[in-house]
Design a protein around this ligand. Structure first.
Ligand code: PGA
Length: 231
C-alpha cells in the first residue's frame, strides 16, 4: 500500500502561504496519497492551486451538525463542496483545548461519513498514561468511539510527541499500531503522527503497522513536507 502522507497546518496559514507552500507541492507531481489540511478559510484557494495536481485537500475538523442555526460551524457537506476528500476528527488539540469528547466525536465521524468524506480519527495517550503503562489500553478505549461505524483511517499521535521534537520509539510505535490493527482490522490504515520530519519519515514508515504519516510543523515548509513523501 502507498503510504498516506497528510500535512496538518493547524492554526497557521495565509493567502501568501497557500501560494508559497502549496504551489510547489502542486507542481511536484505527487500522487493522491498526499493530502494537505489548511485552515478552513483557505480551503477554496488551496483547492484552486491543487486542482492541477493529484494532491488532495483535507479539513482539520468538521461540525457535528449538518446545517442550521449553529453559528461558527462548518458542515461536512460544505467541506465536500469546496473540494475536501477527507477530514481529521478528534485531534488531541481538539480534545485537549476544546473539550471534545467521545459522544461529540462520534457525531462528527458520522457527519463526515454521511457525505462521503474519508475520516482520519486521531488517538493518542498523554505522557502520564504511557508512564503508567496504560498507553495501549487508553488508545483502544478511545477507539470505542468508532464501534459499529464504517471503517475509517486511524492516526496514532502520542500527545507527548506532538510538536515536542520527541518521537515515539520504533518499539512503542509498532506495539500501538499492531494493537490498533488487531482491534480494528488488519486493513484499517494506521498513520503515525508526532514530530515527524524529513529526516525521520522514512524510518517511521518502515515500522511494522505504519501506513502513513500525519505531519504538523514539518508540513509548513514545502521542501521539508515533500521530503517526507516516499518516491
Ligand atoms: P507535529 O504535529 O508534527 O508538529 O508534531 C503532528 C500533529 O499534531 O498532527
Amino acid at each position: 500500500m502507498t503510504p498516506l502522507i497528510i500535512g496538518n497546518w493547524k492554526l497557521n496559514g495565509s493567502i501568501e502561504m497557500i501560494k508559497s507552500i502549496l504551489q510547489p507541492i502542486a507542481d511536484a507531481g505527487l500522487g493522491e496519497n498526499v493530502v494537505v489540511c489548511p485552515p478552513t478559510p483557505y480551503l477554496l484557494p488551496a483547492h484552486d492551486v491543487l486542482k492541477s495536481s493529484k494532491v488532495r485537500l483535507g479539513a482539520q475538523d468538521v461540525s457535528q451538525y449538518a446545517q442550521g442555526a449553529y453559528t461558527g460551524e462548518v458542515s461536512a457537506a460544505m467541506l465536500k463542496d469546496v473540494g475536501c476528500s477527507l477530514t481529521l476528527v478528534g485531534h488531541s488539540e481538539r480534545r485537549g483545548y476544546f473539550g471534545e469528547n467521545t459522544p461529540l466525536l462520534r457525531k462528527k465521524v458520522e457527519q463526515a461519513l454521511e457525505v462521503g468524506l474519508e475520516v482520519v480519527f486521531c488517538v493518542g495517550e498523554r505522557l502520564e498514561v504511557r508512564e503508567e503503562g496504560n498507553a495501549i489500553a487508553f488508545v483502544l478505549e478511545e477507539l470505542q468511539c468508532l464501534r459499529n461505524l464504517p471503517p475509517v483511517i486511524v492516526a496514532y499521535e502520542p500527545v507527548w510527541a506532538i510538536g515536542t521534537g520527541r518521537t515515539a520509539t520504533t518499539v512503542e510505535i509498532a506495539e500501538v499500531h499492531c494493537a490498533i490493527k488487531a482491534a480494528m482490522g488488519e486493513n484499517v490504515p494506521v498513520l503515525y503522527g508526532g514530530s515527524v520530519k524529513a529526516d525521520n519519515a522514512a524510518s517511521i514508515l518502515a515500522i511494522d503497522g505504519v501506513d502513513g504519516l500525519l505531519i504538523g510543523g514539518a508540513s509548513l515548509k514545502a521542501e521539508e513536507f515533500m521530503a517526507t513523501v516516499p518516491r
